[in-house]
Design a binder for this molecule. Structure first.
Ligand code: DOR
Length: 441
């Protein structure tokens, strides 16, 4: 996107990936200079004092629901962009399950343009795999790819591409332009529409229809074989079970082009939270038992799972505040993703800040084919970055959120790691933890 000239920014004394302290001069949308701590003169630059803060490349979310068009009562591209900037993101992929569905070039361009108008984060549309998410006819994959929106990630997320023939054709089609199909892995015969929580001892006791982990695993097993057969790329959205991790490990060892993401909520929250029937914790795929959470953390640390993606799924009160079986699936997550990863993976010693940069920026940018994002903070790189206070702790307050929705499973929890600033192409979108008014940027 062309930018008008803006004031340079000097980030002083940031710890790059938590490894070495440096000054960064950002000018004309790029990192113009990197120098020793306190070595760069501010001149006319706006100074950000980053002593004690960790600098990461701007975060990239492979999986965001922005709800516009169609459900602006839950979120809009603008309110979701605010939540993204507040969470340290400089790019988000907006899922296609809007109303109308993003299954045409025009629909994709509309989402792109709404993102540009909001101007806080790069909003990259995801295209539907099938027309209307109906699982039958392929959507306009090629036209979306060739549109101004340059769509590269396709997903019927919220629904599984259950038909193997349709999935095969989609994989063949996107291969031509280096695209990827992101699969919501849920076999509809094993986990039908009534399934609303993890199938296990607790679902039996609560009298709730369960969704067994194997419903995810059989689709992932099938899809990695289809990826091998077609020589195309498949991405597994929101991995939730230890069995899926085993399939991924095997597939990667065979050299199959599969990548996978885990959500922050599947890294920390477990199915026992459902014992009070609180629909805040209703999500698809469902929260799983401790053994799965442990397998997901181990897989993220060892690279079997490539990325963390939020599955930010805002819902209006009138869709979420119902009896558990009737409530909508999903939870918000853009503003808390980084603290949840810091709490579960960094504070526990399982990952470094360089690993966090890999799973929340570099790798998701590569999977999505976003060349301006995920770059190491060296001279000449795009000036997309996030500054994090690694030791600050905060009790999450859902009413302090900038998202339009309040279905926040982290409310009342203490998390470590706070995003203090976000910079998109050299312009701060968040400073001292406060959103920057676009007019002032
Ligand atoms: O919990 C979920 N909510 N999972 C999905 O796959 C879709 C999402 C939504 O759109 O609300």
């Amino acid at each position: 996107m062309p930018e008008t000239a803006t004031r340079p920014v000097l980030v002083r004394g940031a710890s790059l990936l938590g490894e070495r302290t440096a000054d960064l001069l950002l000018r004309d949308g790029v990192v113009a200079e990197v120098g020793e701590r306190r070595s760069l003169a501010p001149g006319d630059a706006q100074v950000i004092d980053a002593d004690g803060l960790v600098a990461l490349p701007g975060l990239v979310d492979l999986h965001t629901h922005l709800r516009e068009p169609g459900r602006e009562d839950a979120e809009t591209v603008l309110t979701g962009s605010r939540a993204a900037a507040a969470g340290g993101f400089t790019a988000v992929l907006a899922m296609a399950n809007t109303s109308p569905v993003t299954d045409t070039a025009e629909a994709a361009e509309r989402v792109l343009d709404l993102g540009r108008a909001a101007g806080l984060v790069d909003v990259q549309p995801v295209g539907a795999v099938t027309h209307g998410l109906a699982g039958e006819e392929l959507a306009e994959l090629g036209l979306m790819a060739r549109s101004r929106a340059r769509v590269r990630v396709f997903s019927d997320d919220g629904r599984c591409v259950a038909n193997a023939r349709v999935m095969r054709r989609a994989l063949e089609y996107v291969k031509a332009f280096g695209g990827v199909v992101s699969q919501h892995a849920q076999d509809p015969d094993l986990a039908g529409p009534a399934s609303c929580c993890h199938e296990g001892e607790l679902s039996g006791r609560l009298g709730l229809p369960g969704w067994p982990g194997v419903a995810e695993e059989v689709i992932v097993a099938r899809d990695v074989m289809l990826a091998r057969h077609t020589g195309s790329r498949v991405h597994v959205a929101h991995v939730s079970t230890a069995g899926t991790v085993e399939v991924l490990r095997w597939a990667k060892a065979q050299g199959i082009a599969v990548t996978a993401e885990v959500t922050p909520h599947h890294l920390l929250l477990t199915t026992d939270l459902l014992s009070g029937y609180d629909p805040t914790f209703k999500v698809n795929p469902p929260l799983r038992p401790d053994e799965d959470v442990e397998a997901l953390r181990a897989a993220l640390a060892d690279g079997t799972i490539d990325a963390v993606a939020t599955d930010h799924a805002p819902h209006a009160r009138h869709d979420k505040e119902h009896a558990f079986v009737d409530a909508a699936f999903g939870m918000v997550g853009l503003e808390t993703a980084l603290p949840v990863v810091a709490t579960t993976m960094v504070e526990t010693g399982r990952m470094t800040w360089a690993d966090v940069a890999r799973v929340l920026s570099t790798t998701p940018a590569a999977i999505a084919g976003l060349p301006g994002h995920g770059a190491e903070l060296v001279a000449g790189a795009p000036a997309n970055l996030t500054l994090v206070d690694p030791t600050a702790t905060r009790v999450v307050d859902r009413d302090a959120s900038v998202s339009r929705s309040r279905n926040n499973p982290w409310h009342g929890r203490r998390l470590t790691g706070e995003v203090r600033a976000t910079v998109l192409r050299g312009r701060p979108t968040l400073l001292d933890g406060e959103l920057v008014d676009p007019a002032a940027r």
